[in-house]
Design a protein around this ligand. Sequence first.
Ligand code: SF4
Length: 293
Amino acid sequence: MAHPPRKVEIDPSSGFCYGVVRAIRMAEDELKKGVLYSLGDIVHNEREVARLNGSGMRTVNREEFEQLHGVKALIRAHGEPPATYWTAEKNDIIIADATCPVVLNLQKKVHQAYIRSQQDGGQVVIYGKPGHAEVNGLVGQTEDAAVVIASEEETGKIDVLRPIYLFAQTTMTIAGLQRIREAIEKERTLQGSNAPFEVNDTVCRQVSNRETNLTLFARLHEVVVFVCGSKSSNGKALYEVCLSANPNSFMIAGATDLRKEWFNGADTVGVCGATSTPRWLMEEVAEKIKRLE
Ligand code: SF4
């Protein structure tokens, strides 16, 4: 008797967040008018970058950007520090600014906190990944004075006797921010600090809710295929979420990475991805899985 066809479902809550969709739409609109440079990959997904580069976008790194003159360049959803805008002005580069409104708002808050910290001797602390584009954009709002910490083990870098203004990179987890807050509180108690401690929960809910959704989705399927670009830090974290919910989870960059043996005897397969994974790529993977025999 023929085996019933394998059921392959795409996670409805996976894929681009609002900020990335907006940036890509902006890039596509600009590309209709002419050449567009992008400072850094528009999204941490090689396939989507290749698609847009195929439409005429030119992705440049910071050194290359500084050599450009009289062109149009896109600032991606992560945002940029003020120095990038100064370079653009100096070199007659027209900016198509796709900084996510949520990130823009965070940049403003960080800048205001920095002004206050100059008056009260405090310090701006950013919980995030050092060197990440969004974090660089935030640190730039403080004339590079902000302290960046990636985990609670690094809270020793903060002087708890001075006022603290804590912010989170938008893609960090709420649980992580809570651990940082507790570690700082503990240190303040130890040192008997009465200095103000302001915690700004700036974790973006577009991504923080994904962990719960993904856990449920991964449990519902016998095999889970997580599609994401190798440069996505958010992707690696979300893949770990899948793996702990379902040990039969595999991470791939595209349909060519699929292995037939992963699906032996499996009737239900779930396809999901990071915030940087395009929907069309998940669809391509789902179609290939259906055809694997
Ligand atoms: S994760 Fe949130 S803040 Fe970051 S680009 Fe997406 S919508 Fe904007």
